[in-house]
Design a protein around this ligand. Structure first.
Ligand SMILES: Nc1ncnc2c1ncn2[C@@H]1O[C@H](COP(=O)(O)OP(=O)(O)OP(=O)(O)O)[C@@H](O)[C@H]1O
Ligand SMILES: [Mg+2]
Ligand SMILES: [Mg+2]
Length: 468
């Protein structure tokens, strides 16, 4: 038995003095190769020619108000398989670990989730040659009391309180909604999920209010994040407008959501600002079907219901005959539709560019399932990270700006004539883009709210701490 090795239990306290973290409890996990720490608000930057990363950590379990901002040089960006099987690119840093009176340098990946409720995992690479695990034991190397932790980090209550942010949506279990709540809480905000169906309002010039099921007045928010599903557009926009009339910041604005939800109107607005789209026709009378098809260059052509989403209202008519029947069938149901030139050369692929405050923060390429031309993830499409051209970037930014959306999912199709705009979504889903890119898009949306309200967190390690 090597006498110079530390015997550790299943969980131990670690100290990272160069990160400003005097105490963080790690799950000892020899099944994991590398060690990881749960980090958020991650941004990379250059310092003296090298790449650094700045990130935040909640050092204490189950406490999201205590935050430490850390900086470290980046040693790598590595693809990591997440539990869902998707691969994510994560930053890797090197930092000095102090544990049980010993110190050595270890690699830490910045993970975007905590693992089994622990803020960090100590993997076998960090333990090699230095530690032995006694799985029956825990806190073999000592423990910190609550008072010790308060001495290091202050009380959760003494830490600056956040904004009051509402998420106005329909389904609290959706990935995107869960992530927004999580990202807001991580940054210390008070997050409330509002089911828009349970909201009702008093339309009043001097004292407008919104009430919630049971009669509670819910007019006290700093900001409202809106995630409106297509079938709730009308009521969702009315509620958003009501919050706006109460001087509450909204993401996105009611006007922007309303106009982007109207496919035809938004295409007209986009064309007016010089954005190219596939040739598109729109008509109301069944008499004109044939000429309508000629207008977009004949078959094959795409037919879209104006009130569709996730690819459900989009059809490909391979022949003129098929096109005529689809169009006439929809017209007899009095559905509004548009017809569009089929961009065959895109080969079932399209780009989803995620725009926040006039910047493309992430882009993915979506590829349709075999035998399918719609690239929507809900239609079985798959997503991968893609590098977009400067022209595509400009197009995405301009489209979001034209429709007045501060958060937008801009869909672009690559045609032989160059990139063409397909549509702009005001409540773009986060799951596909976050899992393909590993980026904390929900966090970026919260940061955008903070910026809009001029809110800044006071951060930094406690200057009185002496690291031992
Ligand atoms: N003119 C076209 N030519 C070729 N493919 C197209 C065309 N229009 C749409 N598609 C494919 O069909 C998919 C769905 O179309 P579109 O984005 O217009 O509809 P949607 O139902 O609003 O989808 P979303 O869920 O993005 O709101 C696109 O992502 C693209 O892959
Ligand atoms: Mg859409
Ligand atoms: Mg789309």
């Amino acid at each position: 038995m090597p006498e110079n090795k530390l015997i550790v239990g299943s969980e131990e306290w670690c100290c990272f003095s160069s990160l400003g973290i005097p105490a963080i409890k790690a799950r000892v996990d020899s099944g994991a190769k590398t060690s990881s720490i749960h980090a958020f608000n991650i941004t990379s930057f250059k310092r003296a020619g090298t790449t650094w990363v700045s990130f935040e950590v909640h050092p204490i379990q189950k406490d999201r108000r205590t935050v430490v901002r850390c900086e470290a040089p980046v040693v790598d960006r590595r693809a990591v398989k997440s539990s869902s099987g998707d691969s994510e690119r994560r930053y890797v840093i090197k930092t000095l670990l102090s544990i049980g009176g010993n110190e050595w340098e270890i690699e830490l990946t910045l993970a975007n989730r905590d693992s089994m409720g622990y803020r960090m995992l100590l993997g076998r690479e960090a333990m090699n040659g230095r530690m032995l695990v006694d799985p029956e034991a825990r806190l073999n190397l000592g423990n910190f009391s609550e008072a010790d932790l308060i001495g290091y980090y202050g009380t959760p209550e003494s830490n600056q309180s956040g904004l009051k942010i509402a998420l106005l949506a329909s389904n609290p279990d959706l990935y995107s909604n869960q992530r927004l709540i999580e990202a807001g809480e991580e940054r210390g905000h008070d997050m409330t999920f509002l089911n828009m169906r349970y909201c009702y309002m008093r339309i009043d010039a001097t004292n407008p209010e919104v009430h919630y099921r049971g009669g509670t007045n819910i007019s006290e928010f700093d900001a409202v994040l809106t995630r409106i599903k297509p079938s709730m557009t009308f009521y969702g926009c009315a509620l958003t407008r009501q919050f706006e009339s109460m001087n509450i910041a909204t993401i996105n604005s009611s006007t922007a959501i309303a106009q982007s939800r109207d496919k035809l109107y938004s295409l007209q607005l986009l064309l007016k600002s010089g954005i190219d789209i596939p040739t598109t026709g729109f008509a109301n009378s069944p008499m004109d079907t044939s000429d309508l098809i000629d207008m977009v260059g004949g078959a094959p052509l795409v037919v879209k219901l104006l009130e569709g989403a996730q690819g459900r209202g989009v059809f490909l008519a391979e022949t003129r005959k098929a096109g005529e029947s689809v169009i006439n069938a929809f017209k007899s149901l009095h559905a509004n539709l548009l017809v569009q030139e089929f961009v065959k050369e895109a080969e079932g692929k399209d780009l989803r560019c995620f725009v926040i405050d006039g910047k493309v923060v992430a882009s993915i390429e979506r590829k349709a399932a075999p035998g399918e031309f719609r690239a929507n993830l809900h239609q079985g499409g798959s997503a991968s990270v893609v590098k977009i051209t400067p022209e595509e970037k400009r197009l995405a930014i301009k489209a979001a700006k034209t429709l007045g959306l501060s958060v937008a999912g801009v869909d672009i199709i690559r045609s032989s004539k160059g990139p063409l705009l397909l549509e702009v979504n005001s409540s773009p889903g986060l799951e596909g883009v976050e899992s393909a890119t590993g980026k904390d898009i929900a966090g970026m949306i919260i940061t955008s709210v903070e910026k809009r309200l001029g809110w800044r967190r006071e951060l930094g390690p406690n200057p009185d701490i002496v690291y031992e």
